[in-house]
Write a protein that binds this ligand. Structure first.
Ligand SMILES: [Fe+2]
Ligand SMILES: [Fe+2]
Length: 163
């Protein structure tokens, strides 16, 4: 059966890898923002805004496409994992909103709100990378989820543009 590969030169990166790479990309933006907060708050604020829009888009992609696909294909016994991941998304959104409140107010001290956000986010990302993303291996990405992978890769890599 012919398949419509986006890259005929070789296998496309698996969807799980694309999502994991997006975690790493957001981590780098976060680290740079934290590093610059004390010396260049304007640049750091811009980075934190970029981090926020990227993280919210990542969560939106997971809740809108990745979780439903997994739910549909992986069987009901896995649903408790998604329940947990969705609950963590709620906590992440809350912690992010609180953190950004401190950033936008120009608070010198970000340690407490940043620690709250980092703890919930990093635990969540580790859980996804350990238990959810491996399921989206090459066989899923190259088969029935090829279209899903293309859509998600495009969404994750699209830039926000100015503003
Ligand atoms: Fe997530
Ligand atoms: Fe994620």
């Amino acid at each position: 059966m012919p398949t419509d590969h986006p890259d005929p030169e070789g296998p496309s990166p698996a969807l799980g890898q694309a999502l994991e790479a997006d975690h790493a990309r957001l981590d780098e933006i976060w680290d740079e923002g934290m590093r610059l907060w004390g010396t260049d708050p304007a640049r750091a604020t811009a980075l934190f805004r970029e981090f926020t829009s990227g993280l919210l888009r990542h969560i939106q992609v997971e809740e809108g496409m990745v979780f439903p696909f997994y739910e549909e294909h992986a069987g009901s016994r896995e649903h408790h994992l998604l329940e947990l991941l969705r609950e963590e998304h709620v906590q992440i959104r809350d912690a992010l909103e609180r953190f950004m409140g401190h950033v936008e107010a120009g608070d010198k001290e970000l340690e407490e709100p940043s620690t709250v956000l980092r703890n919930v986010l990093w635990a969540h990302n580790t859980r996804e990378e350990g238990q959810l993303y491996p399921w989206f291996g090459p066989e899923v990405s190259e088969g029935e989820a090829a279209e899903l992978r293309r859509t998600i890769s495009t969404m994750l890599s699209s830039s926000d543009g100015p503003g």
